[in-house]
Ligand binder design. Structure first.
Ligand code: C5P
Length: 232
C-alpha cells in the first residue's frame, strides 16, 4: 500500500531573509514547495499527500491546487493550515490523512531537492515492519557541547549522525506519540525524537547530501547550483 505523506511547509522562513514563508522562496524559477512536491511524486511511494501551509497563503495554496490537478491516481494532494510549531503542523497533517493509511512519511518542504530514492529507502523499511525510520548522514565536523561559552564535552563523532527528512513511521505509532505526554514539549525538534520519548526504536537508513535543509541564503545558492548542474 502507498504511504501517506505529510509535507510541512508552514514555517515563516525568517532565516532566509526574504520576508515571506520559506516554501514560497524561488529556487531556479520555482518555489521550494514545488521542488519538494516533485520529489515526493517522483518517488512513487505517495498515496495521500497532505501539504501543511501557513494559514491563508494564496501563493502556496495555488501551488498545491495545481499539483493536485496534475496528480494521477492513486495519488491525491490536499492542503491544510499549519500550527505555531512544527509539531503542531505535523498534527494538523496527521488529522487530514485518511485513517486507513498504514505508513506515514513526514517531510520538510525546506529539504526541497531531496532525491526520490531517500523516500523509497525510508518507505521500504517502514513497510517491512519498522515502527520509525530516519535518513541520516555521518557527521564530518567535530561536535562540541558548549555551555556559557565553555566547551563541556566532545561526543565521540563516530556515534553521531545528522538527521534529515523524510522520516517514516507506522501510522498508529506516530498518532500515539503525537497524542502522548511528550507531544507539547518544545525541546522536541522532530518526530523521531517524539518516538524515542515514547520508547519506540528508531532505525536509520542512508540519507543524501542533497536532502539538506534550505535555511540560509548560502543554501539557496547551493540548491540553485545543484539544479543548474543537473546533479539533482
Ligand atoms: O524551522 P525549521 O527549519 O525547523 O522548519 C522545518 C520545516 O517545518 C519547514 O519545512 C517548515 O516549513 C516546517 N514548519 C511548519 N510549521 C511551523 C514551523 C515549521 O510546518 N510552525
Amino acid at each position: 500500500a502507498r504511504a501517506g505523506v505529510i509535507v510541512v511547509a508552514a514555517g515563516s522562513g525568517q532565516r532566509l531573509g526574504h520576508g515571506i514563508p520559506k516554501a514560497r522562496v524561488l529556487c531556479a524559477g520555482r518555489t521550494l514547495l514545488e521542488h519538494a512536491l516533485e520529489s515526493v511524486i517522483a518517488s512513487g511511494v505517495a498515496g495521500a499527500v497532505v501539504v501543511v501551509l501557513p494559514a491563508g497563503d494564496p501563493v502556496l495554496s495555488a501551488v498545491v491546487a495545481e499539483a493536485a490537478l496534475r496528480s494521477v491516481y492513486p495519488t491525491s494532494i490536499t492542503a491544510v493550515a499549519g500550527g505555531a510549531t512544527r509539531a503542531a503542523s505535523v498534527r494538523a497533517g496527521l488529522a487530514a490523512l485518511p485513517p486507513t493509511v498504514g505508513v506515514v512519511l513526514v517531510h520538510d518542504a525546506a529539504r526541497a531537492i531531496t532525491p526520490p530514492a531517500v523516500f523509497q529507502r525510508v518507505a521500504a523499511l517502514v513497510s517491512a515492519g519498522a515502527s520509525a525510520v530516519i535518513p541520516v548522514l555521518p557527521v564530518v565536523d567535530t561536535i562540541k557541547v558548549v555551555e556559557d561559552g565553555i566547551v563541556t564535552a566532545t561526543p565521540d563523532r563516530a556515534l553521531l549522525r545528522a538527521v534529515q527528512t523524510p522520516q517514516g513511521f507506522d501510522a498508529d505509532a506516530l498518532r500515539a506519540a503525537h497524542a502522548g505526554d511528550a507531544a507539547g514539549d518544545a525541546t522536541i525538534t522532530d518526530d523521531a525524537m517524539l518516538m524515542e520519548a515514547s520508547g519506540v526504536p528508531v532505525r536509520v537508513v542512508e540519507g543524501d547530501a542533497l536532502a539538506f535543509k534550505v535555511t540560509t541564503p548560502f543554501d539557496l545558492v547551493v540548491a540553485e547550483a545543484v539544479l543548474a548542474a543537473g546533479v539533482a
